[in-house]
Ligand binder design. Structure first.
Ligand code: SAM
Length: 231
């Protein structure tokens, strides 16, 4: 199937095409919502979990893995983009591996993690595969932390229903070569996906913009339920 017909495939290609622009954007702190609080929020949530060993799911160029490792946490970052993983390894600070969520599900050489963190990294219609892969890599009652766009803000003027959207990276700095298809999810859709994959939500956080008072993101902290997931 061609990437025009398959938004998930198109999305993966866009990460490879945009690797330089994305890496610059993150490392130069060009993304306003990250500066305003989402970076701090995901680091704080992970530290609050008291995890000593963390898997950074969809780690990109590796900023979060490095930030957590600098606080004494052992971190493994995985990402589908070999070029982003190369950028992460160039700065080091944690262990980085180029594998997809699907491959992670079938990997058995990783020791269990205390926490799995996905920072703006669950972007496909199929969110069940990465959530189940996260569950499989977690110790009993381990923590899942997902930060994603806030549905009520990200909805814009479109209907409040799940569906594919397109990120143009406007306002993230120059040099982005490919727009990125991503899958919008309502709050109830997130709640169902997380429960179905075998987690219990402990906390819904909504980090706020300090000036506008609008939510910057949705930050979900959940625990691995040790019974088998549904389905
Ligand atoms: C918006 S970026 C976020 C990167 C990083 N978490 C951060 O906070 O800067 C999303 C990342 O998820 C990765 N990703 C998306 N789908 C993936 C998949 N199926 N397997 C592995 N990585 C994936 C992309 O390659 C990309 O690096």
């Amino acid at each position: 199937m061609d990437s025009v017909d398959d938004p998930a495939l198109h999305q993966q290609r866009s990460w490879d095409a945009n690797v330089d622009a994305w890496t610059r954007s993150v490392r130069d702190h060009r993304i306003p919502s990250r500066r305003a609080g989402t970076d701090r929020a995901v680091v704080d949530a992970t530290l609050q979990s008291t995890a000593r060993r963390v898997l950074d799911l969809g780690c990109g160029e590796g900023w979060l893995a490095r930030a957590l490792a600098a606080r004494g946490i052992e971190v493994v970052g995985i990402d589908a983009s070999a070029r982003l993983i190369a950028a992460a390894k160039a700065l080091g600070g944690a262990t980085f591996t180029a594998i997809t969520y699907d491959q992670l599900m079938r990997t058995d050489h990783l020791q269990p993690f205390d926490a799995v963190v996905a920072n703006f990294a669950l972007l496909d219609e199929d969110v069940d595969t990465p959530l189940r892969a996260a569950r499989a890599r977690l110790r009993s009652r381990g923590t899942l932390i997902v930060q994603t766009v806030h549905p009520w803000i990200a909805r814009g003027d479109r209907p409040y229903e799940d569906g594919w959207r397109v990120e143009t990276f406007a306002g993230f700095g120059e040099g982005f070569r490919e727009p990125m298809p991503w899958y919008f999810r309502t709050l109830s859709s997130w709640a169902a996906a997380i429960a179905d994959a075998g987690f219990r939500v402990d906390r819904w956080n909504e980090p706020m913009h300090p000036d506008t008072g609008m939510p910057l993101s949705l930050l979900i902290s959940a625990s691995r339920v040790d019974d088998a997931p549904r389905g």
